[in-house]
Design a protein around this ligand. Structure first.
Ligand SMILES: *Cc1c(COP(=O)(O)O)cnc(C)c1O
Length: 356
């Protein structure tokens, strides 16, 4: 019998949301409720004609568009087939058996999967009040720590640390530890003046972004990041050449050039989010302030969360259960269209009346 290597055989597959197959409205995967920019759709259609050709392996036009929008050096940007590809390559390039990847208790689970793929150990640090604690992260660092992975704003918590706290974290880490800041939701949280992009220049920090959330291009699989040159060099050895289709590159480049559309989506999403969060708080659910396109809904206990999930499913609404994230008493609701959000709140209002 043919056997996979030990560290692959013993790991669990990464679990996506269980979409159930029925005709349901999914509020489970933090996809955008809104269409991408019309210019992105047009660019994608035009790029279809180049289908016989391999795409630009260096994502030249896309990097130029990102660099211009964020005032960053285009040469320090790498693009991945989703930021998941970048997370995987980063962790595989810099960790192996015996190394530790330090993450947070309710942080993005794919970092754990990537650590396991590398044969490394994922160590998770508690998040009091659903928020990352720089103090607890620093206390958990050991001689084996190679990467500290922080998602900011957090998924599934929706909370965030001020940029100044991340700068403090970086200052107090050894220089041979790579700090990775996953900012998949940063577009929804534009207030913070302290930019973590500035940390990348020191050679020990990487920042990840994605087109899957605020830009509404989850189906295109495009993520990007800003990396120190020495880090990018090693990652590229592990990345598939020609990893992003020409259509996806063209759509992402046009999307990032239409900041007005993205900002409009973010504003509409925030309005829908706050309306739903307000309704849920009014019926006694202690929803933490979200800086993302989803809300975390804590119930009294695991059983109540499971019953609420069932009530929502019966009404054709699919949220994401959070047991895998160490939060079995919570459900996570992606901000969907207005009618789906109202239906969700209606179901939970009736549910809570029955519970109390
Ligand atoms: C959605 C998400 C990603 C994955 O993004 P892709 O670019 O679609 O691979 C990465 N990190 C976090 C925290 C996310 O929520």
């Amino acid at each position: 019998m043919i056997q996979a290597v030990d560290h692959v055989r013993t790991m669990a597959p990464y679990a996506l949301a269980n979409l159930g197959g029925a005709t349901v409205t999914s509020l489970a995967q933090n996809e955008s409720a809104f269409a991408p920019s019309p210019t992105a759709l047009a660019a994608g259609e035009a790029a279809l004609r180049d289908a016989p050709l391999y795409p630009d392996p260096d994502w030249g036009d896309l990097c130029a568009a990102i660099a211009e929008a964020h005032e960053l050096p285009a040469g320090d940007i790498l693009c991945g087939a989703g930021s998941m590809e970048l997370i995987g390559c980063l962790i595989r390039a810099f960790t192996a058996q015996g190394d530790e990847v330090l993450g947070t208790a309710h942080g993005y689970l794919f970092a754990r999967t990537a650590a396991q793929q590398a044969g490394a150990c994922f160590v998770s640090v508690p998040e009091p009040d659903y928020t990352v604690s720089v103090r607890l992260l620093l206390e958990a660092v050991t001689t084996a720590t190679k990467i500290v992975f922080v998602c900011n704003p957090g998924n599934p918590t929706g909370t965030r640390l001020p940029g100044a706290e991340l700068i403090r974290l970086r200052k107090n880490l050894r220089s041979d530890i790579l700090l990775v800041v996953d900012q998949a939701y940063a577009e929804f949280d534009p207030q913070d003046p302290a930019s973590v992009f500035d940390l990348v220049g020191n050679g020990d920090t990487a920042v990840l972004r994605t087109f899957s959330k605020a830009y509404g291009l989850a189906g295109c699989r495009v993520g990007w990041g800003l990396f120190p040159p020495g880090v990018a060099l090693e990652m590229r050895k592990l990345m598939n050449p020609n990893n992003i289709s020409g259509v996806a590159q063209a759509m992402a480049a046009a999307a990032v050039r239409d900041q007005a559309h993205m900002l409009d989506v973010v504003a509409h999403t925030a309005a829908l989010r706050e309306r739903a969060a307000g309704r849920l708080r009014a019926i006694g659910l202690d929803v933490p302030q979200s800086h993302t396109n989803f809300i975390l809904i804590p119930f009294e206990n695991d059983a109540t969360a499971a019953q609420a999930d069932q009530a929502l499913r019966s009404a054709g609404l699919l949220l994401r259960g959070m047991a895998g994230y160490g939060l079995p008493q919570c459900l996570r609701a992606t901000v969907g269209r207005a009618d789906a959000m109202e239906r969700m709140c209606d179901v939970l209002e009736r549910f809570m009346e029955g519970v109390v």
